[in-house]
Design a protein around this ligand. Structure first.
Ligand code: PEP
Ligand code: MN
Length: 336
């Protein structure tokens, strides 16, 4: 339930309301905007008499909200959330491109890709160390060593790093990682989400292969309910009947999620399409639709990549993409 207070509401009446709600075991989340103050009532609001609240002088409006996600809900938090990843901001007008290989393969590979994407003004470096592969016989990632090499590339370039966690037992390895990625396959690994909620690390949460937007936001809610509000959502394509592309990029999710949540939303056109030639047009489309950033797979030798070569851009193609994206950024849609 949300209570919208009148401007300059009487403090004594407000305190009486707060005391009464607390006696009903209701937690209150205040959100003060420029013109309005909103109280988010969290708990079993079934016991709260909506008509009683509505009748108070200090109350402009009261609404029961249907959505089960409260922390992630824009109704409680009208301003865009800005996530700060070691000095690099995403959200609320801060657009970033995260780039790097699907998997870390060697020191030379990750450092050379990191240098080139940095030159093209990527804000963060990605690279998989633990890889969720469909086949157990495929390259599984360099694991712990992969994280060490990412940290090496971070030292050389200064770019904050993003890498995927697949299992809670590995969490101690991620201490120096700047942003932890939860992959599509783990979007509903609720125990993992709960533990990440207890950390204060920025979390890049990818949409599950067949998840609705509400399910996506409920997963963000799991992290936020633990106290970690640094969540960035990533649309990475969903499963449909179409087989010409690896997945189907749900572009409409961008403006729709913007109305539902205050969290930043980035788009991964690499996994969404599976085809390098579609990465640039879909990056432009996602940027135009209002995304807060992009996640792009870049490899110095895509033909010999150990993972996801067909969807990886060369550093030159990435440089071209980054320039074109920056050109259209001023014209991007940004209504909420
Ligand atoms: C990845 O980013 O390399 C990855 C495995 O992505 P997803 O979880 O979206 O498939
Ligand atoms: Mn990949």
């Amino acid at each position: 339930m949300i209570v919208i207070l009148k401007n300059d509401s009487n403090e004594k009446q407000l305190n009486n309301l707060i005391t009464w709600l607390k006696s009903l075991d209701i937690d209150i989340h205040f959100s003060k905007g420029k013109n309005t103050t909103i109280m988010g009532l969290i708990g079993d609001t079934e016991v709260v008499d909506i008509d009683l609240i509505n009748a108070l002088d200090i109350v402009e409006d009261v609404k029961r909200i249907q959505e089960p996600y409260k922390n992630a809900n824009r109704k409680f938090h009208p301003e865009d959330t800005i996530v700060d990843i070691n000095g690099v901001k995403i959200g609320g007008g801060n657009f970033q491109i995260i780039a790097g290989p699907c998997s870390v393969e060697s020191e030379e590979q990750i450092c050379s890709i990191a240098e080139s994407v940095k030159k093209s003004r990527a804000g963060l470096l990605r690279g998989g160390a633990f890889k969720p592969r469909t086949s157990p016989y495929s390259f599984q990632g360099m694991r712990e060593k992969g994280i060490e090499l990412l940290l090496e590339a971070k030292k050389v370039t200064g770019l904050p790093i993003v890498t995927e966690i697949m299992d809670l037992s590995h969490l101690h390895l991620f201490e120096e990682v700047d942003m932890i990625q939860v992959g599509a396959r783990n979007m509903q690994n609720f125990e993992l989400l709960k533990e990440l909620g207890k950390t204060n690390k920025p979390i890049l949460l990818k949409r599950g292969l067949s998840s609705t937007l509400q399910e996506f936001l409920m997963s963000a809610e799991y992290i936020m309910a633990g106290g970690n509000e640094n969540v960035i959502l990533c649309e990475r394509g969903i499963r449909t009947f179409e087989t010409a592309t690896r997945n189907t990029l749900d572009l409409s999710a961008i403006p729709l999620l913007k109305t539902m949540t205050h969290l930043p939303i980035i788009v991964d056109p690499s996994h969404a399409t599976g085809l390098s030639k579609l990465v640039k047009p879909m990056s432009l489309a996602a940027t135009a639709a209002g995304a807060d950033g992009l996640l792009i797979e870049v490899h110095n030798d895509p033909v010999h990549a150990l993972c996801d070569g067909p969807q990886s851009l060369t550093p030159e193609a990435f440089d071209d993409l980054a320039k074109c994206v920056n050109n259209i950024l001023p014209f991007a849609f940004n209504d909420k």
